[in-house]
Unconditional design. Structure first.
Length: 367
């Protein structure tokens, strides 16, 4: 059985049937290079990144906003919201993923933040930034991943129809659930909720991109069919990836001096994020096994349950608390560990397939 590595398989294909390109195949390498480049540039050119950080409108950082639109709209174009009709076919896997994404992950992260940031690590972190760190962790866990889900699903040989339905459903829920969940958890954590900026972030980074992508997809299919849509997606693929990499350079540039000056803080912030990823992936995987869900559904279910919509988290943290805040740093730490940690989850899912299928078959026979 082939094991996932830092690079995607040479012959890999995405869930929509398109061959994964050179950049996607070596994604973790590009991410690492961008992290190093951004960190060094931020340290060497602090004035330039301060100027970029100051380019704001209504507390929204304009360079980050533009890059995130360029990054996620091509990804959203791949999503057929008509696929929501297929939810019934894999309702057990869908139900498990929804439970983990919306009822467990945000609240478990808030709990982990309270345990580690407010208590266990409080003496080793700047006291003035404790609330901000917790806010960043909450933002990181409050929305499930969209852009990278198809890559993770492909790596664990997931069922494309399930992945598509799950992402479409999560995006629909995110429009109405993200802001209330974030506000609730920030309020419980005694952190002031800037409602205007929070709602503006939801509008800019969820509602508008989802609406634009739906309208554009419908227009393309009506005037040119699937062939025209796929042609545009091929052209936009490098744009989306380039925006992702540029966003990473920019974000790590904003935080470059802090990262180099406070490596211990980065390590401490990574602890609750790591626990949250493995806990949620394990919970989703175990629940799917208990319900007798096929492995091709359980794999992407576990990965969707574990991964975070870090683009939205970073953008919202920057808007709510500023580019140099502890919240922004916490979300950037999430970006830092996202690819290698998710690749390790993929490896666990693939190596445990025989164990999973024995248990799932046993539970199906009892049903």
């Amino acid at each position: 059985m082939n094991q996932p590595s830092a690079a995607l398989p040479a012959g890999a294909v995405s869930p929509d049937g398109a061959r994964i390109g050179f950049f996607e195949r070596w994604l973790s390498l590009w991410v690492l290079l961008c992290i190093v480049t951004g960190t060094l540039l931020g340290h060497l050119l602090p004035g330039s990144f301060a100027a970029l950080g100051g380019m704001q409108l209504a507390q929204v950082n304009l360079p980050v906003a533009v890059l995130i639109w360029l990054m996620i709209i091509p990804m959203l174009l791949k999503i057929d919201f008509g696929a929501l009709g297929g939810v019934r076919r894999q309702w057990k896997g869908i139900g498990v993923t929804l439970f983990v994404n919306w009822a467990v992950k945000p609240f478990s992260m808030a709990l982990l933040g309270w345990i580690f940031i407010r208590h266990l690590f409080a003496g080793q972190l700047p006291a003035a930034q404790l609330d901000s760190y917790i806010a960043g962790l909450i933002l990181l866990a409050a929305a499930p991943c969209t852009a990278m889900v198809f890559v993770w699903s492909n790596l664990c040989r997931g069922e494309p129809a399930f992945t598509l339905s799950q992402v479409a459903l999560n995006d629909a829920i995110m429009v109405v659930a993200f802001a209330p969940i974030v506000a609730l958890l920030l309020g419980i954590s005694s952190i002031t909720v800037p409602w205007n900026t929070l709602l503006l972030s939801v509008l800019l980074y969820i509602v508008v991109p989802v609406t634009l992508s739906m309208l554009l997809r419908r227009q393309l299919l009506a005037h040119g069919g699937e062939a025209r849509l796929q042609k545009l997606l091929q052209r936009l693929g490098p744009v989306s990836l380039g925006a992702l990499l540029a966003t990473l350079v920019l974000l790590f540039g904003f935080q470059g001096r802090q990262i180099l000056a406070q490596p211990a803080i980065i390590a401490l912030l990574a602890v609750p994020i790591l626990i949250q990823v493995y806990f949620n992936a394990g919970l989703a995987y175990w629940l799917n096994r208990r319900f007798g869900v096929p492995h091709c559904v359980a794999g992407p279910s576990a990965l969707i349950g574990a991964s975070n919509f870090f683009e939205l988290a970073v953008a919202t943290a920057v808007g709510l608390f500023g580019v140099h805040s502890g919240a922004a740093l916490a979300t950037v730490v999430g970006v830092l560990i996202e690819v290698p940690v998710m690749l390790s989850v993929v490896a666990i899912v693939m190596r445990s397939r025989a164990w999973y299928e024995r248990g799932a078959a046993r539970h199906r026979s009892r049903a």
